[in-house]
Design a protein around this ligand. Sequence first.
Ligand code: HEM
Length: 456
Amino acid sequence: MLKSTPLPVRVPLVREPWGIWKSLNAARRNVLSIIPDVATRQPMVSGKTGKRWHMVMDPGAIRHILLENLADYPKSDVTKNLLRPAIGESMFIAEGAHWRWQRRAAAPVFSHRNVAALAPVMTATATRAVDRIAAANGKPLGLFEEMTSATFDVIGDVTFSGGSGFSRAEVHGAIEDYISEAGKISLFDILGLPAWVPRLGRLSAGAAMKSMKSLANTTIETRRASGQHGDIPDLLDLLLAGVDPETKRVMNTAELRDNLLTFIVAGHETTALTLAWSLYLCAFDETAQTRARDEARSVLNGRTATYEDVENLPFIRMIIDEALRLYPPAAIISRTAQKPDTLCGRDIRRGDTVMIPIYALHRNHLLWDDPDAFRPDRFADRKSIERYAYLPFGDGPRICIGASFALQEAVIILATLLSKFHFHAIKDLDPDPVMILTLRPEGGVWLKATPVENAH
Ligand code: HEM
């Protein structure tokens, strides 16, 4: 018998109908474990657990939700209620005109030119990460924590850089506390038990959140008064200069703060996860790791990667694309239907929760060949990937505004690390993919990193 290729870690999906209590208990540990296995074999799965829900994996229907009928499928109340206490009515959760003007005003912040200009911050962070990893001297390293501190450095430097009295550790701590609390609560809501609202209210009124917001306000006011402080405008400078070209509206301090906090919340952990899962996959598949290292070393020649290198590192990018397919950080996105509709021939009623379980979409057998296998080469020809079958950044008008920022950062850091170190898996220390708002490697990504011989 042919020995089948081993598969990287995955979530055991439900194969039998579960009652509400069993679902609730499973979801308490891992939201993804409520996704039925059939979601990886069918275009749509519907059910009722407290309220009516649908999981949509059909690219045409997803296009209908995210692009053609955007107004009928706003972000779900779950998402909004969860995030509002931390990030207000920022671009991430606003709808209609209030979303549109913010998105237009912020668009130039993430233009190709501006994102490219921020690459030196990413390069500097990659150098610091190399030093920290080298200092571990081959001892097991928690790469998820390592990557989280790297991406937090980047987002901290490009949002509130040089802010006097603005403590990054404090912001980080307050956001982490909020996310872990919000994460626990979201599980109940997805299953239709809305008893959590008061708890979140208490949390947002908490001292850490209050002090973080007031520090952010002060930093913004100071910058507004002093003007750009470095040679290159950072995200705060760019957002301060943002004007909606149609309404001419500009953001006031609270709106600037909420959007900058959104960039921090939406941007750093997701990118850290992409890097941590990519490193896990490289340690899992030595052949791919060697190919990626050869590419990185021949392009970088001992240097840390910079913006100019990004387009010359196609295989590194393919590993990142495949990591985002197998472990999409935003593993489920959800909407609330505003009108009766039909999706894949099924009735949608007003108020139904319509989920796009990106994790199951990316592993759907109707859309992908050998979906659970790690095969970066599937991204060798990007045109062969069906657009609405691959959605790590969502799609339509509400597609992630920071996608190119995140990809540039991930390529710079991953290429640099692989050119300097060999990453080895540690027996019996595989991470467990668990969704707590984002798809995290529970237990951590523990690897040993040994220096590559003759690395300059
Ligand atoms: C690998 C890293 C990232 C992933 C996987 C990711 C994923 C996503 C996804 C799936 C959405 C759409 C959510 C939905 O439709 O419900 C989204 C939206 C968003 N992301 Fe990202 N993101 C990443 C990095 C970033 C970064 C670096 C930033 C900012 C610096 C950012 C800022 C935002 C914002 C502001 C939105 C809301 C856009 C809108 O509604 O108009 N993200 N992201």
